[in-house]
Design a protein around this ligand. Structure first.
Ligand SMILES: [Zn+2]
Ligand SMILES: [Zn+2]
Length: 354
């Protein structure tokens, strides 16, 4: 098959790659219909790190992409919920679905995954090839894939594979309750989805903070309050009588924004960190302790969240409108990454279609 293959930082090539085969009974193969690029893919592109993977070092080649929808073309004997011809959305990371953690609804903490602990993400290492390809193997498909339901568009289905799931996870981990005031730092796709999800679960007010105007414009679509990083802290303190917001979702992952998050929270407020942290990222520990903050950093177990999220999308409470700004064919994948990384042309999110 043809695929977009990681050959090294800034070196993605559209080239031939081995066709995926069913390696275990509980797996299936999809013909990929769409697969977008995630902001976290840029760490790979830049030669930084994601979890255990250090992209500045040589590694075996693999197909990128972890936000995938497609049509089932082959099903392993142990798969019970999918059949050939189904259109499915695939969670960005896979868990075994059978261990204690998976059964508790904590796929991200999976203990039984043959590829190691924690869920295994597609398309960020040779451990699991991604969906920037014509075909993709889906491990543990009963858990990690869901039929695309009625009333959910392809774009929304793609958002459910990662950005929306991750944003919503940030909302949950920041303990957002009805009536809360919330700030989301970073209005890239994940931050936008976090902000929209916070509104959907009843936040009274959601600030969306970003440097880029095109992103801030999307914040207003679901009733969020757009702010630039320079004005954010002063405005939030003004609006809250110098108390601060109840919850912050940090969707950037660098020292200055983490500090800003701690400063704009009320005492005893909650912060969840969704941005992928790099080695040596500075944490504002003294502020966190002094203000008795709750802080959660983690990676979402996407499939665990679908029971709550899919109805919110079907019911029109979360729309994800305007997030996909650019469309490319698979053969143009390298250009899609280049444009996304350069933030050219007001890009928010890029879709790739094989
Ligand atoms: Zn992602
Ligand atoms: Zn498991």
């Amino acid at each position: 098959m043809k695929a977009l293959v990681f050959n090294g930082p800034k070196d993605l090539r559209y080239e031939y790659f081995d066709d995926p085969k069913i390696s275990q009974d509980r797996n299936l193969i999809i013909q990929v219909q769409k697969c977008s690029i995630c902001g976290s893919d840029l760490h790979m592109y830049h030669g930084d790190r994601i979890g255990p993977y250090d992209y500045s070092k040589p590694m075996d080649h693999f197909c990128t992409g972890h936000e995938t929808i497609g049509e089932v073309v082959e099903v392993g004997k142990g798969v019970t919920t999918h059949k050939v011809g189904d259109r499915v959305l695939v969670a960005g990371g896979s868990g075994c679905g059978k261990c204690k953690r998976c059964l508790r609804g904590e796929i991200n903490l999976c203990e039984g995954n043959s590829r190691g602990q924690g869920s295994t993400a597609y398309g960020i290492s040779p451990a699991l090839n991604g969906g920037h390809a014509e075909y993709m193997e889906v491990p543990f498909a009963d858990t990690g894939a869901a039929k695309i339901p009625d009333g959910v568009t392809d774009e929304q289905a793609i958002l459910l594979t990662d950005a929306l799931g991750t944003g919503y996870y940030g909302v949950k981990m920041a303990n957002v309750k009805p009536g809360d005031s919330v700030a989301v730092i970073g209005q890239g796709p994940v931050g936008l989805m976090a902000a929209e999800a916070a509104m959907a679960v009843g936040a009274s007010r959601v600030y969306g903070i970003d440097m880029q105007e095109s992103r801030r414009n999307l914040t207003t679509k679901f009733g969020g309050i757009p702010l630039t990083p320079d004005e954010a802290l002063e405005r939030i303190m003004h609006d809250t009588n110098c108390i601060g917001v109840d919850a912050v979702i940090e969707a950037v992952g660098v020292g200055p924004t983490l500090k800003q998050a701690a400063l704009m929270l009320r005492w005893g407020g909650s912060m969840s960190i969704l941005g992928i942290l790099q080695k040596g990222t500075e944490m504002p520990l003294q502020i966190m302790q002094g203000k008795c903050l709750r802080v959660h950093a983690g990676i979402a177990g996407i499939a665990d969240l679908w029971d709550e999220l899919i109805p919110l999308v079907q019911g029109g409470r979360i729309k994800g409108e305007g997030v996909f700004t650019h469309h490319f064919s698979l053969s143009e994948g390298a250009e899609a990454f280049r444009l996304f990384e350069a933030r050219e042309d007001g890009v928010i999110k890029t879709m790739i279609t094989p």
